[in-house]
Design a protein. Structure first.
Length: 345
């Protein structure tokens, strides 16, 4: 069990001297973090891991020679350490998360170093207590035909799902087990600007339902999952029996934009049909209070269990305050959801 009082030992891997220096100096400002080493490429890092014994590694993805993906494949079987990726706007980051990296932060734009370091520091602290999940050895059998049938009742169901650290892969584990005719889904995943469109495209390619990044005014309907765009709050808007989403920047809610709480509170307030709330892996408590309001408004609520969470933070708080009706692993959440949907008349 990770002790909150323990200093987090960090190894910084980056082929750029400037980036290494900026990351090292920035992280060292946190009293929680000790920089125990730096490496100029993946081979150098592999040679130093046993020597410096880090608790967390930060690593660039694009490096000469062995890239970040190959580094993870060499590292994790022998040293299952939490790795935070430092990435430019690059689709490879999702492959690296699939290979076992815990989280990622986008490389800073000019003048944004301070924002970047704050985000990276938070992610390193979260990663210190994270569970490193390995990619499943065999592919999942996905539904090839509608499982829910033509039940008209399911046209009036809305599902909300929220996740943070570890959530990109956990959410995929849920969605790829769901049929094409799933009721309308709304997803909030904490993610840097620029990546939500790519992530939605990735989910769309791998899942049966349509998945896309939400736009202001999109209608919620069966067979469609909408992902909140980075840096925008996504909320539900009701107009009679028709439901759409609003996407607006606005204030941060529970420290986040997009915020799971912002979505869940709007669902509790606006949705008059059946609804389901799902809260998954992540640090902190975003979504817990909103899920409790959803439950009070009649929603069926699911929380990811401790064993399958990369970080058992958000679902733990939700469970502790009475917001969660049933806990399940990310591999079993889909079957719990489908069983519940099939009871609706």
């Amino acid at each position: 069990m990770w002790s909150m009082n323990k200093t987090i030992r960090v190894l910084v891997v980056d082929d750029s001297v400037l980036a290494r220096t900026m990351i090292t100096q920035g992280l060292a400002k946190s009293p929680r973090i000790e920089i125990v080493g730096t490496a100029f490429n993946a081979v150098d890092a592999l040679s130093k891991v046993a020597q410096v014994k880090p608790d967390v590694i930060t690593s660039d993805i694009e490096m000469p020679g062995m890239n970040g993906m190959e580094f993870l494949k060499k590292l994790l079987p022998k040293y299952p350490l939490p790795v935070i990726l430092v990435s430019s706007l690059n689709l490879r980051v999702f492959d690296a998360l699939s290979a076992g990296a815990v989280d990622f932060v986008r490389k800073p734009e000019p003048g944004q170093n301070e924002v970047f370091i704050t985000a990276l520091t938070q992610k390193v602290i979260a990663a210190a207590g994270a569970k490193v999940r390995r990619a499943p050895a065999s592919p999942v059998a996905v539904p090839t035909a509608p499982l829910l049938g033509a039940k008209p009742s399911l046209d009036q169901v809305i599902i909300g799902l929220g996740a943070s650290t570890g959530g990109t892969e956990a959410t995929l584990e849920v969605l790829k087990r769901l049929p094409a005719d799933i009721p309308g889904m709304l997803i909030v995943q904490h993610m840097p600007t620029g990546f939500t469109g790519m992530y939605a495209d990735r989910l769309n390619r791998q899942c049966q339902m349509e998945v896309r990044e939400a736009k202001n005014g999109d209608e919620i309907h069966r067979g469609l999952a909408l992902l909140a765009p980075a840096d925008y709050q996504m909320r539900v808007v009701r107009s009679g029996t028709r439901y759409t989403v609003s996407c607006a920047q606005g204030e941060k809610v529970s420290g986040h934009r997009p915020s799971v709480d912002a979505l869940f509170f709007s669902m509790a307030e606006q949705v008059r049909c059946k609804m389901v709330g799902i809260i998954m892996t992540g640090m902190g408590r975003d979504g817990a209070d909103g899920l409790l309001q959803m439950r009070k408004a009649g929603a069926f609520t699911i929380g990811q269990d401790k064993e399958s969470c990369v970080v058992y933070g958000m679902p733990m708080v939700a469970h502790n305050i009475g917001a969660v009706q049933i806990q399940a692993s990310c591999e079993n959440i889909a079957s719990v959801l489908l069983r519940q949907l099939n009871t609706l008349h």
